[in-house]
Ligand binder design. Structure first.
Ligand code: ADP
Ligand code: ZN
Length: 388
């Protein structure tokens, strides 16, 4: 069954279309300067919310708050009463404990069911605050204002949120579409290069799973300037919006977005979340790409091309960090992945750059023999230790 009216990318200049787009669960608005340099953001918010919320509560982390907090409070407080909740930055904040703290704060601020939560920050704020908003009073509306490359092209779109548990990343969460996502690549100008690098992992993924044009542009523009990456934000968002609209609840097609993530998440967890998500996903693509090639699914020349780009981008320090991880630990985490069924390891794999593999019955997930995980990690370790 194809679902409709899930996510729509709308043009910020066309307020009439935005008003009419309220039958979509989620609207994505993208433009350079949309939030930071626009004079009519309040008109945009009025168009997105014809019935005004009782209040806004901006949730952000302390780093983002220092640079952008006042600016964003200024925009939303022109429209309705606006509160601020600040959490500590970093993946370690993505816990039940922090979620409960946010919920207590929302209660203390008397935030009601007609209020809107504004999630200003990277994936951590979006996932954690989005989860809190999705369960507070059985769910209140949210607007995402993503400030990292990773959040702009990936985590803010599609409604998945969550927190980590001792068993792994994002083990608890919900799917609830944000009413709107305001994407302004201008935020990327203050983002540290390590965080930019982290987002690049997902752009490579979009290239491999759905767009040879994105992949080519990455090959041509490496090493990257922020402007080159800003131009890739919209095409990546459009891919994500299209995939989510086809399969909101991850029944089949949406799993293509998980390429590199089964082993990527396992690597991330094995590093105790010290290795960034995007870097872990790049390693995950080396491993899962190897599995795909071994199974005769991924064209060998495209596998080589994928790896050449990843090796060019990954910092040198990644090789010893991966080498220090026990392949067994990675295998154990991979087996706990959410996409697995009945203890079987399931993955989505590429056929060539720009196209994912599907089976004769149309499934984008295939079962992977568990014994392939450790050799795939060994492959990645060797690949990263050989000269670029
Ligand atoms: P991700 O989006 O990769 O999940 P986080 O949410 O952990 O990452 O954000 C990464 C770090 O970057 C955090 O310390 C956060 O405070 C900081 N950060 C987020 N956006 C910006 C920005 N636009 N400029 C500077 N620092 C930022
Ligand atoms: Zn990811």
């Amino acid at each position: 069954m194809v679902q409709q009216n899930i996510v729509r990318v709308v043009n910020p200049n066309d307020l009439e279309v935005i008003r009419k787009s309220k039958n979509y669960l989620s609207r994505i608005v993208i433009r350079d300067g949309l939030v930071l340099h626009s004079k009519n953001t309040d008109e945009l918010i009025h168009a997105l919310f014809p019935t005004l919320p009782t209040s806004f509560t901006v949730i952000t982390d302390s780093t983002v708050n220092k640079t952008y907090g006042l600016k964003i409070l200024g925009i939303f407080s022109k429209i309705a009463k606006t509160n601020l909740i600040v959490v500590s930055p970093g993946e370690k904040s993505k816990t039940f404990r922090s979620c409960l703290k946010i919920i207590r704060e929302l209660s203390r601020l008397n935030v009601d069911r007609d209020a809107v939560v504004v999630l200003l920050g990277g994936g951590v704020v979006g996932d954690l605050g989005g989860f809190a908003a999705s369960i507070y009073k059985r769910g209140i509306r949210q607007v995402h204002v993503p400030t990292t490359l990773l959040a702009q092209i990936d985590s803010s779109i599609g409604g998945k949120n969550g927190v980590n548990t001792a068993d792994g990343k994002n083990q608890v969460g919900t799917v609830r579409q944000p009413d709107a996502v305001l994407v302004d690549p201008k935020f990327l100008e203050t983002l540290p290069s390590s965080q930019i690098l982290n987002g690049i992992g997902e752009t490579i993924k979009y290239g491999v799973i759905a767009s040879s044009a994105i992949f080519k542009s990455l090959e041509e523009n490496c090493p990257f300037r922020v402007q080159d990456l800003s131009r890739l934000v919209e095409p990546c968002c459009r891919i994500k919006a299209r995939v989510v609209s086809k399969d909101e609840f991850d029944l089949n097609f949406r799993s293509i977005l998980n390429y590199g993530h089964t082993i990527g998440h396992a690597v991330e967890a094995s590093s105790h979340y010290k290795l960034g998500h995007g870097l872990a996903v790049m390693i995950g693509m080396l491993c899962e790409g190897w599995i795909a090639r071994e199974l005769g699914i991924f064209e060998s020349s495209d596998f080589t091309r994928q790896n050449a780009l990843i090796k060019k981008i990954l910092p040198k320090s990644t090789a010893p960090r991966l080498s220090a991880m026990a392949s067994k630990s990675i295998r154990r985490y991979a087996l706990g992945d959410k996409k697995n069924t009945e203890g079987k390891l399931m993955m989505s794999l590429p056929q060539k750059i720009g196209k994912m593999h599907s089976t004769a019955t149309g499934s984008y997930r295939i079962e992977i023999p568990l014994q392939m995980v450790e050799p795939s990690v060994a492959y990645a370790k060797t690949a990263l230790n050989t000269e670029k």
